[in-house]
Ligand binder design. Structure first.
Ligand code: UD1
Length: 336
């Protein structure tokens, strides 16, 4: 019998792509989402991609009664927890909101799981937990030094998982530390579509390409990198989604616990990204060099070896595929 995975935040950017990969791997999947940062039509689009009805419930991870009802209704084998706030700048302004949604929300999920006898959880973490790099690439044993309330919230959740496992060995968890997710599904039916002005590079470039924003502001060209702009490890969202399928499979098969980077191991600069996007959309994209963004660092990228050795995970899609799939998605959204 196929296993059932509950996806919190399953209608969001990474959650929706993970839904598709889980379904194609043969899992039954239940989505919960409060739709605070998801397109309302994503459920229909997931049904279209997978050619099957979607099981979903609208609700919030802060609503304990809602969570208890969901666990009573479905025989869940494992949870993949995405539902969280993720804007670093906003977290500095609203640390309480970040603590409540990210930490209290997660502890609510864990309590509901425990009450229902479900002990397998994959947690969506971030490379931002490492802070200023002492050495690169970041390996999973790099020291942890969160510099924002957002990063701190992820560290708090990772710590809670460790403490929970120490308290009760029935718990199995996978912590996945994402690098910079980018791109969209090949169908161009789902992708990243922030309502406000994007904070992150790729959605910002996408809005310049569609004409919604006049130019890219390059945050500094005097970094200690080959072309002076910031270097990051961009990973295709479909590769990232596949990493979740492998992680949850390992928990279910081997009663496992792991903490792994999900990145490609290759760094690209802001200009690399811009050039690749120009190729994808077939036009020159305007940019202005501006000051550095507070808190940014020159360069970081993953050591992907542990995820490869442990899960057999390997990112297969490069920068051009990220930009092309993003462009296919945003140009379709704009014209629909
Ligand atoms: C940001 C978050 C990080 C999160 C990651 C997810 C911050 C400080 N960090 O990381 O916690 O895990 O997103 O994707 O927000 N850039 C520009 N112009 C722009 C936007 C970005 O030049 O309009 C540059 C940045 O200076 C950086 C690179 O592009 O060098 C990538 O920026 P971004 O996409 O925001 O990602 P991170 O800063 O790596």
């Amino acid at each position: 019998m196929s296993k059932t995975i509950l996806l919190t935040g399953g209608a969001g950017y990474i959650g929706s792509h993970t839904y598709v990969e889980l379904k194609s791997a043969g899992y039954d999947v239940v989505i919960i989402d409060n739709f605070s940062n998801a397109r309302p039509d994503v459920i229909d689009r997931l049904a279209q991609i997978t050619d099957a009805p979607v099981t979903w419930h609208k609700g919030d991870v802060l609503d304990k009664a809602f969570l208890a009802k969901v666990f009573a209704q479905h025989a869940v084998d494992a949870v993949i927890h995405f539902a969280a706030k993720k804007a670093v700048g906003e977290s500095v302004e609203k640390p309480l909101d970040y603590f409540e949604t990210n930490c209290t929300g997660f502890s609510n999920i864990l309590m509901a799981m425990q009450a229902a006898g479900v002990f397998n959880v994959v947690f969506s973490s971030t490379a931002t937990v490492y802070g200023e790099p002492l050495s690169l690439p970041y390996t999973e044993d790099h020291r942890i030094a969160p510099v924002s309330p957002y990063a701190q919230s992820k560290v708090t959740c990772e710590t809670l998982l460790r403490q929970l496992k120490d308290s009760d060995p029935r718990w199995n968890y996978g912590v996945l530390r994402y690098f910079n997710p980018a791109g969209a599904h090949d169908s161009a039916l789902i992708g990243e579509d922030p309502n406000d002005i994007p904070n992150n590079l790729m959605p910002y470039i996408a809005k310049v390409a569609t004409g919604e924003l006049p130019h890219l502001n390059v945050f500094g060209d005097d970094y200690d990198t080959p072309d002076g702009t910031g270097v990051r490890d961009y990973i295709h969202v479909v590769d990232l989604a596949r990493g979740h399928v492998q992680s949850v499979g390992k928990l279910l098969d081997d009663q496992d616990t792991h903490i792994l980077n999900l990145g490609t191991g290759t760094g690209y600069s802001v200009f690399d990204m811009l050039r690749s996007y120009e190729k994808a959309c077939g036009t020159t994209l305007p940019f202005k060099i501006g000051p550095r963004r507070a808190g940014d660092i020159d360069c970081f990228y993953a050591d992907p070896a542990s995820a490869r050795d442990y899960l057999g995970f390997e990112a297969t899609r490069g920068l051009d595929e990220m930009c092309q799939s993003s462009w296919n998605w945003v140009s379709r959204v704009r014209n629909s």
